[in-house]
Write a protein that binds this ligand. Sequence first.
Ligand code: ADP
Ligand code: MG
Length: 695
Amino acid sequence: MSTTQTGNPFNVPVKYVKKIGPRRAEQLARLKIHTVHDLLYHFPREYMDRSRPVSPFDRADGEMITVLGRALNVQETSPRKKLTVTRAALECRRGIFYAVWFNQPHVKKTVKPGVELLLSGKLDRGYGAVQVQVHDYEVMSGEGTMLHTGRIVPVYPATSGITQRMLRTFVYEALGQWRESYREFLPGRLITAENLMPLPEALEQIHFPDNRARAEQARRRFIFEELFLFQLRLALLRKNFTRMKKNHRYVAGDQLRNRYLAGLGFKLTGAQQRVVGEIVSDMDSPYPMHRLLQGDVGSGKTVVAVLTLLRAVESGLQGAFMAPTEVLAEQHYLSLSGALESLGVRVGLLSGGMPGRERAAMLEDIVSGRLPIVVGTQALLQEDVIFQKLAVVVIDEQHRFGVRQRAILQEKGVRPDVLIMTATPIPRTLSMTVYGDLDVSVIDGLPPGRRPVRTYYVAPEELPRVYNFVAGQVKTGRQAYVVCPLVEESEKMDLQAAEELHRRLSERELRDCRVALLHGRMKSGEKDRVMREFRAGRIDVLVSTTVIEVGVDVPNATVMVIIDADRFGLAQLHQLRGRVGRGSEQSHCILAARLRSREAAERIKAMKASQDGFYLAERDLQIRGPGDMAGVKQSGLPEFKLADLVRDREIMQAARRRALELVESDPELGSGDNLPLKLYLRDMDRVKENYFHIC
Ligand code: ADP
Ligand code: MG
């Protein structure tokens, strides 16, 4: 056993592990392994059971087996260029069999006549002889630990140049050198209460388990650890955010609010009223609001946002409205300025592409307090944007804003009331645990008088019939969207496709309609013009790339045609469908697609079955299945190393409860029992500034 090192594994570069030189260290960096800690927390993705040697003579051709034998002779041949075959004859109690290695000439250095070998590989009984194509082997020397066979063997996420064999060896060396540096850092009470395998043991067992059950226990410990640390940070963040009193107060008075409501032409729903009540009582509290507003597409979140902002304006304070993209910021700007101009409330748009002089003027307006409401993207968080008296920040579509962005706000020295709005992406069952640091308000149900959108699936060949239907709807005075997907990798090609479709429809199928094109590459002024024309009813059919996804509100539009619907995720499809069904007329959503995969078919089926965004988000998770990381990214859920939000829901709930208890009883993590945890968090922070994120 190697001597034990005491350096902090978070700080020690991985090249200081025995057998890892600078070159290997570079390759390991591709696996995001930079430090000893990264290496030890590079967990196996699965295991192979090679613990029970069998006799090769009893097994069937093609089986994966582990066998034991003594080498009689070893030969190396080179039947053709770039192929070396090492073949050993081995003896066991039942007779003689053969082992072959391809292109591993170094094997002959250790596999010499007389040595005892444990082999794992594929049995090949093709030509009478019993032969094993070796995947891994171990020389039985009576000393040292077997890593590669003769046990339950870890299988790691790997990368080119780094083999499983190397990873096992590296991890084993690192364990030997640094295991002792890992004292348990979770509080003892927690370990007992949750029945967790303690740390040094768990590290060993997750990599080199004694048996399956122990591997499982180790794995559960790290899943809990991961989720607990996540929840603990959320809880601490919340504690920090909300425990300092804010330095603004709202005056009583609701002139602006009443005038705004009077101009709406509808009454707030019960759900909207309730939510506004929750927000107002947060705003009246001496501590900052930190609230998540969940409401399906079309549930009327914008009104709530405006009322929140107006409360600041009424008190002579400022409000900021952040959207995830420039396009959405523009759309919010349009609708806010449209609604508030007549009340004499100025709204500004701080966009990324602004000319320097305009930007400077706007910054001046913001810092002087003359501009009460500013709309923008994350650009609003930039250092040079200084508000005179920022009281409220409304963030649309939370899932694209990270904990980091929230922290920046705090660092600006302001403690605004924060309202975060989100439509579908987070299933109800997860939102409490994933956004554990936020109070949650839900607008359940849609404003009255909405009729469910009729949803159909068609094959691409049936599109002419669909366009006929669109033309018919236009004749009766309705409007329509035709959406074609814009995939990032080939924006240009997709643009051409959209242009082509626009031309064809205006010349042929929809030549009696006024058809316009809207796409992401258009200048924003141009986009605004098209949108205004559409809203005003001077355009009948809008052929568009997905720029209309969120925020567009044209109640007279009753048809949504989505081309290649299989290329969209469920959340996106639902968002798109939410553009229609906003008025009193019956609306229709037509999904045209070729169903190449089971997932695509399931998504279309779900769309036909339900209009409930929360249900669809849930279905999305199920269809996608655990472990689909690309899908998880899209959904805006945080990513974990081991934990799976669907499978490990219960562990997440337990972790959340424990984290809340802990922060409640010891918010500074200062007691002796909790100190190791505090130090561990500090270590993590130092190395990985953004260790976990919700982006
Ligand atoms: P979202 O929650 O998706 O942001 P919006 O705020 O865009 O939804 O609202 C969708 C539509 O519903 C808008 O046309 C809005 O004017 C309308 N709306 C909002 N609240 C009500 C209500 N209480 N009664 C009737 N219509 C409403
Ligand atoms: Mg909205």
